[in-house]
Write a protein that binds this ligand. Sequence first.
Ligand SMILES: *[C@@H]1O[C@H](CO)[C@@H](O)[C@H](O)[C@H]1NC(C)=O
Ligand SMILES: *[C@@H]1O[C@H](CO)[C@@H](O)[C@H](O)[C@H]1NC(C)=O
Ligand SMILES: *[C@@H]1O[C@H](CO)[C@@H](O)[C@H](O)[C@H]1NC(C)=O
Ligand SMILES: *[C@@H]1O[C@H](CO)[C@@H](O)[C@H](O)[C@H]1NC(C)=O
Ligand SMILES: *[C@@H]1O[C@H](CO)[C@@H](O)[C@H](O)[C@H]1NC(C)=O
Ligand SMILES: *[C@@H]1O[C@H](CO)[C@@H](O)[C@H](O)[C@H]1NC(C)=O
Ligand SMILES: *[C@@H]1O[C@H](CO)[C@@H](O)[C@H](O)[C@H]1NC(C)=O
Length: 852
Amino acid sequence: MSLLSILSSSFLLLLLSVSRGQRSSCDLCDLHMSCDCSRQGFSTVPMITQQAITLDLSFNVIAEVTEDDLRDHTPLRVLHFRGNRIEVVSCQAFTTLERLEVLDLSQNRLSTLNSTWFIGLGSLHTLNLLDNPYRVLGDLPLLQGVSRLRRLGIGGAALQELRRGDLEGVTHLEELTLNANNLQRYEPGSLAYIWPLGRVLVNLRGPFLTQLDLAASLLWDVSYPETQLVLSDLILTTSQSVQPFSQTTLRRVSNGSVLGQYHLVGTSTCTQFSSGATGERRSIKGNFSTDRSLSFSNVSLSDEAIISFLQVTTRAPLTFVSVDDVTMIGQGSWERANLTDHQSMDEFLVRDGKLLDTFQFSSLVQLGFLLVYPRKVSVIGCKVFALPCLTSRLMVNVEFLDLSDNLMTDMALQEALCGTDWANIPTLPDLRVLNVSGNPLKSLSVLVGLVSKLSKLTHLDVSHTGYSSMPASCSWPSTLRHLNLSWAKLTHTGPCLPVSLEVLDLSHNDLQNLVLVLPKLTELHLSGNKLLGLPAGWRFPNLHTLTIQYNTLNIFSGSDLWAYKRLHKLEAAHNKFVCSCEFVSLLQALARGAGGGGAGKGDLRLSDGVESYVCDSPLHLQGQQVRTVSLGLADCQLVLFVALVCGAVLVAVVGLAVLLGRLHAFWYIKMMWAWLRAKRSSASRRRRRLEEGGAAEPLFRYDAFVSYSERDARWVEDFLVPELEEPGAEHLTPLSLCLHKRDFLPGRFVVDNIMSAMETSRRTIFVLSEHFVSSDWCRHELHFSHLRLSAGRAEDDVLVLLEPLRRDDIPKRFCRLRRLLDSNTYLEWPPDDEQRTDFWRKLHRAVGRGEE
Ligand SMILES: *[C@@H]1O[C@H](CO)[C@@H](O)[C@H](O)[C@H]1NC(C)=O
Ligand SMILES: *[C@@H]1O[C@H](CO)[C@@H](O)[C@H](O)[C@H]1NC(C)=O
Ligand SMILES: *[C@@H]1O[C@H](CO)[C@@H](O)[C@H](O)[C@H]1NC(C)=O
Ligand SMILES: *[C@@H]1O[C@H](CO)[C@@H](O)[C@H](O)[C@H]1NC(C)=O
Ligand SMILES: *[C@@H]1O[C@H](CO)[C@@H](O)[C@H](O)[C@H]1NC(C)=O
Ligand SMILES: *[C@@H]1O[C@H](CO)[C@@H](O)[C@H](O)[C@H]1NC(C)=O
Ligand SMILES: *[C@@H]1O[C@H](CO)[C@@H](O)[C@H](O)[C@H]1NC(C)=O
């Protein structure tokens, strides 16, 4: 085969491949080969580099994944197809993706699932098939061979049926998400194979409303002691609706090794449990694994349902109950459940609760049977505006109380912590952590007065409050170690803060300086204030973490930093840094991990990343990363630089002076100056004369002023003067000439004389010769004549060339004369006598008044 045919056939191949793959392409990949091609409107899988490791195609309009789309993408680890319109996936679409770990096909239009898709996905650990319109999980078993799977999402609004074997082969899940809001058939045991199981999130709205037995058997299958159960979208209004919990809560004391014998295990543990005496409560608790937890999210609860729930879960070993996004339909009168036993309840959390009937809601005072047990109670974002002292006194075991993001005022807090009236009765005796963050609190001294009685308090979070000032002195519990005063409105700090503190958060206040000595402090957070410099290091000898971002720091030096003896984490980005030489080199040294300072400082790190440190000034560095700044001599060796610059300026000035001297600039300036002076004095003379009422002088006294060199005096006196003043020929009128020798007023300044001579003469005759050129005064006169010209008198000068004077004979600096010779006509003194008559006639005419 000839070379040509090889070339042409390969060209053809190229053409073919181009025309076959009319796919759009996406090159939005970063350095780590993570390609974010989401929301680009692709209708097919676009062409992407084969090195891609992460590929995000979410929220496009892709309808089909074909066999070839991803064939060559073997390195792919993460693949997102969420929110497309995929209806068809080819059997072989993912076969080559042996390294794929994450596959997200949620929110598409897959109406059938096919097990062939997942063959070969040996590395897959996360698979999301949620919210597609399939009604069953496809051909059985769907996920055979995906042995590494740890996170699975299945189901959707269309899912109707779960069958035994659907998820065969799936075990050891960390998380199972199941959307079964509309599930209608559940074959018991369908989910029972999945064990161990870390966390189950199930939406079961429909079954809880209509098919309680289905809900019960599904819950039964996923209820293991170590499994966290999260139930969403439930509407629990009747006592019947909570019945599915009766058996599951029992099962939660068993473990997975006894599958299939639910009842047996349930009963035996129940017996075992109920035999425990009340006094052993703590030790029983200690025996359970940590996660006997039940969570609800997006639920509506009526009083009846809650009472029923308390009843069916009595004595159940639930240690953690949380309710997120809850709507309380009732009034909180749950005392009918006062005979139930919830000793094991360790932690209770309500977040984002709504009361449909806020003002009818009871004070929970009757709920002693519930409140007495938990160690941790959180009521977050529930618009709580009051907590009666009687209620909080019931919480005798509470060690952790979180009332954040509510509506508690100073007064409400006083009541809740039994401030004024109940001052002597111990309240919340074991409290260690109090969180009242995000409440409209105003007075720090009220708070201090209240918490001073909490003798075990170690953590206090009063962030996001309205505190604006600090009392002069405060008595805090001596145990207090963590204090969070961030996002308040403090303008100053003072001796109020206790020396026992180890962690102090004062970020996002209005502080301008910090006058504190806290010897035990290890963490100090000061971001978002108005501090101008680092606080003095000696005040915090044990500090190891300091955050001070978003302030107005200009600079800090090595010695500022080394004053903190133990500091090893610093976050100071987003300040108004002045990138001085010292600062830049300090920061670059810190970035290299060199520390730059004395011994043992090498472990100080900029934990917010040196890339986020940006110069604010000088102007030419504004916005540039400190890391990339390289400063020159000018910034780093100022004295040397100034010395150099001064030297250079001096040299330049001297050079300029020499140059100007050579160009006779001084001479010109001198002349200009003299002329201006003379002009002024002549003008004032004339004015004076006019004012004195003197008759206006005739405009010109002379016909011509003769400018000539002293050396040409003989020619002027012997030839010029006689010829012009007493012409031989009759028809020539005698002219009057002004000669400096004869007509200048003695005693006047020469320049004045020249000036007035020129002003009072109609013309100026320049007698040009070598001598003229070399005579200073002549040059002056030439110069003046020009100034006069430019001052409005347009008479031509008359040039008489006494000897042949070529342009090139005149030194360059007499450019004016050169120009005159170029542009004006001139008369040349003829060497032979015959032509002289003609010369005189011409000269006479040039100078004369034109009346011939
Ligand atoms: C799965 O795909 C294979 C191959 O295309 C096909 O034979 C089979 O019928 C499909 N199964 C289902 C449930 O669609
Ligand atoms: C909460 O549940 C209701 C039905 O009980 C449902 O309509 C709503 O979409 C759910 N909200 C969320 C955020 O899931
Ligand atoms: C829990 O499971 C282990 C094996 O995993 C078994 O030995 C033990 O007896 C089980 N305990 C209960 C209470 O069933
Ligand atoms: C809890 O465990 C301890 C040993 O870890 C054991 O002595 C005690 O009997 C157990 N309590 C119960 C109620 O099982
Ligand atoms: C439980 O509540 C009922 C009222 O609902 C009350 O009559 C009864 O005395 C209470 N029992 C206890 C032990 O508090
Ligand atoms: C206090 O509550 C806020 C808001 O809920 C939370 O961000 C913060 O972490 C809590 N503080 C403590 C110490 O738990
Ligand atoms: C202080 O509270 C704020 C806001 O709740 C939080 O972001 C911050 O992490 C807390 N500080 C510490 C040191 O826990």
